[in-house]
Design a binder for this molecule. Structure first.
Ligand code: HPA
Length: 235
């Protein structure tokens, strides 16, 4: 039976799912990685594909933008489709001089201003952290590549209108990237006994907007993050 937001049938998803935000990127990744990709869901334009990558079952499903949207799809995939691993593969803004546009940030944890961290275990602000086995697999695949950083990111609810002092402070406490989904993914995975990781290409820089990628660049310059995400998902 389908869920309210996913039209696939039980068994239509592989245990490992790559999750970009953008549905068009999901379609492109599926075509790139899986010669036998078939569309298994298309509700509200949030598409999901399943096929095999080098003989291993794999799915790709978009999350849409923001923590509420990702939370819906992650919850339904872990709870109703037998999904075990979700690896977000997306972009983030650079927050700190320690990263440059084009670098990849593997999010060991995700700070957030979202209420989701308060809802998982009432009375405690839980730590939104990556699953060790996926993190290790991605780190091993990255090897000594200096452009791959393993660090905390921040998942904000607002793209616009965030206080500059907060951004500065986040950089001061070692946060390298800003995006809008990872913390929710890590919280939902913890709640539902799933595994999760976010692998993010730095597509723009809050301290130096002259480095920012064009929309076309964002589509093509994230092959490294995708390869690390696949290594983690299929580890
Ligand atoms: N904020 C700022 N820059 C970004 C983000 C974000 O959420 N995602 C990708 N670049």
């Amino acid at each position: 039976m389908a869920t309210p937001h996913i039209s696939a049938q039980p068994g239509d998803f592989a245990p490992a799912v790559l999750m970009p935000g953008d549905p068009r990127r999901a379609e492109r990744i599926a075509g790139q990685l899986m010669p036998d990709a078939r569309k298994v869901s298309d509700v509200r334009g949030i598409v999901g594909y399943t096929g095999t990558h080098e003989g291993r079952p794999l799915s790709v499903m978009a999350s849409g933008m923001g923590q509420p949207s990702l939370s819906i799809y992650a919850t339904e995939l872990y709870s109703f489709y037998g999904v075990e691993r979700i690896v977000r593969v997306g972009t983030c803004g650079g927050l700190s001089p320690k990263v440059a546009v084009g670098d990849v940030v593997i999010a060991i944890g995700a700070h957030t201003d979202s209420a989701i961290v308060d809802s998982i275990c009432p009375g405690v602000r839980i730590s939104a952290t990556a699953s060790w086995n996926l993190l290790k697999a991605a780190a091993d695949a990255a090897g000594e590549d200096p452009s791959v950083k393993i660090a905390p990111v921040v998942s904000r609810d607002r793209f616009y209108g965030n206080p500059a002092e907060q951004t500065e402070r986040l950089a001061g406490i070692g946060t390298l990237g800003v995006e809008m989904e990872a913390a929710a993914l890590y919280c939902i995975a913890a709640e539902l006994d799933g595994q999760a990781l976010a692998v993010l290409t730095v597509s723009d820089h809050l301290l130096d907007p002259s480095q920012n990628m064009s929309a076309a660049d964002r589509e093509t310059r994230f092959g490294k993050a995708l390869a690390l995400a696949v290594s983690a998902a299929l580890s």
